[in-house]
Design a protein around this ligand. Structure first.
Ligand code: NAI
Length: 447
């Protein structure tokens, strides 16, 4: 009998398993595909590898501004896919080593709950005192006729393209849609985004989302808002614009980036009595389901579909199941959209503060205030916005647009976690010259 069986070896599952192993528990993790889950194999890491190449490709074209004269570059898609596979392979070996070093047994196969204390893996029964479901999510398939067509890619198949497409139509202007839009645009593909809502990057602070829209459009990405995709026929996408007028566009590929859905089927959840719906497994602040000894973390809970949230939720669940007090806090979760430019955020948006009738003050500064930002980029614009309580100046939210903002948003997250005021944060010494100094400037301005 194991102390813990984890179903799913994505970031939530493998980090939780390793943590329990480190605590001296006997642990097994069940995985039917590859160690590392979506993030490592077909999500964050492949996406960032692709975006690294597209950024280099752009910078190569801008090289003359930096005083470097180069010939006309071309893009080698198979070489990029090979590099991505290489990076993924290295990281996967790292996960394998982590599980070995923490004495976690890997059970390859499909895991299914059979009661509250047992998991069947391809017909073989294994018992455990605790079971953690970390089965993740998969691309959502919206009810659009023709969405299963041959020309339709999702965020998994898009990583296997062998040539640069001439035109791509992207359904959905969220994280995945915008990251792929930036990638394809930078490698020379004509990109159009079709978003159902009146804004891209829903969930972002409105000022930042508006700025991102402006920059992407100015750069040459076509973006249709409040737009209803009616159907897909071969390479043609039919849609209705905000006025109700209907149009058709054709593209080499159509990318479905309309969200992800928790993987809750074929796990034996209902049979085990777990409270679950298509929106995910319901859990409390420690990751407990309604059934004793059964826990869940990450995308399968349908809350924040972010790898770093899954990791923390998994650790909290493991600590809680083994009597170590812990709880999940959602007030300071940083999120990044790795579009060009990047968007990085943590804490409350201005819209959330208004909706909650919180009195706040704000400051917005251009990133170009930081000398390093100008040194690093060509013709770049960016903003940092700080939101703080009106009376005490406690930092409530930080929202940034501009490349490298992903590298300093953690500092803002730490400030919110530590409940720092603007006055306290202003005393933090920022290294010079860094892009992060724009955050310092915004903190000083908001004071
Ligand atoms: P998303 O929820 O961020 O965006 C999906 C977008 O598609 C929404 O704006 C929605 O309004 C739109 N949409 C839905 N149905 C539509 C339709 N029929 N026609 C037009 N638009 C439609 O989901 P996304 O981008 O697919 O990402 C899935 C999850 O993966 C997210 O929850 C995100 O947290 C995570 N992710 C995180 C990344 C990061 O941290 N950098 C990168 C990629 C994904």
């Amino acid at each position: 009998m194991f102390d813990l069986i984890v179903i799913g070896a994505g970031p939530g599952g493998y980090e939780a398993a390793a943590h329990a192993g480190n605590l001296g528990k006997s642990v097994a993790v069940v995985e039917k595909a590859e160690l590392g889950g979506t993030c490592l194999n077909v999500g964050c890491i492949p996406a960032k590898t692709f975006l690294r190449s597209s950024r280099l490709f752009r910078e190569y074209r801008e090289a003359a501004v930096f005083g470097i004269i180069v010939g006309a570059p071309s893009f080698d898609m198979p070489a990029l896919v090979a590099r991505k596979d290489n990076v993924v392979g290295t990281l996967k070996r790292g996960v394998s080593a982590l599980l070995r070093d923490t004495s976690v047994e890997v059970l390859h196969g499909t895991g299914r709950l059979v009661g509250r204390n047992a998991v069947e893996v391809d017909g073989e029964r294994h018992e455990a005192a605790n079971i953690l479901i970390a089965s993740g999510s998969r691309p959502a398939v919206p009810p659009i006729p023709g969405i299963d067509g041959e020309r339709v890619l999702d965020s998994t198949s898009a990583f296997e393209l062998t040539a640069v497409p001439e035109r791509i139509a992207i359904i959905g202007g969220g994280y995945i849609g915008l990251e792929f839009a930036s990638f394809f645009h930078e490698i020379g593909t004509e990109v159009t985004v079709y978003e159902a809502l009146p804004r891209i990057a829903t969930g972002c602070d409105g000022d930042i989302a508006d700025e991102l829209l402006k920059i992407l459009r100015r750069g040459g990405i076509e973006i249709h808002l409040s737009c209803l995709v009616l159907g897909i026929e071969a390479d043609t996408l039919h849609y209705q614009d905000v006025t109700g007028a209907q149009h058709s566009d054709s593209a080499t590929y159509i990318l479905n980036a309309t969200g992800r859905t928790p993987v809750v089927t074929d796990l034996g959840l209902e049979e085990a009595g777990v409270d679950v719906s298509a929106r995910g497994i319901r859990v409390d602040a420690q990751g407990r389901t309604n059934m004793p000894n059964i826990w869940a973390c990450g995308d399968v809970t349908g809350r924040h579909m972010l790898a770093h949230v899954a990791v923390r939720e998994g650790i909290v669940a493991v600590n809680s199941m083994f009597g170590r007090p812990d709880r999940m806090r959602y007030d300071a979760i940083p999120a990044v959209i790795y579009s060009h430019p990047e968007v990085a955020m943590v804490g409350k948006t201005e819209e959330e503060l208004k909706a909650a009738a919180v009195d706040y003050r704000k400051a917005v500064v251009p990133m170009a205030l930081a000398g390093r930002f100008l040194v690093e980029h060509v013709k770049a614009t960016g903003l940092v916005k700080v939101l703080a309580g009106a009376t005490y100046g406690e930092i409530l939210g930080v929202h940034a647009i501009g490349d490298l903002s992903s590298e300093f948003i953690v500092a803002a997250g730490a400030m919110i976690e530590a409940e720092m005021t603007l006055a306290q944060a202003s005393e933090v010494i920022f290294p010079h010259p860094t892009v992060a100094e724009a955050l310092h400037a915004a903190i000083l301005k908001a004071q």
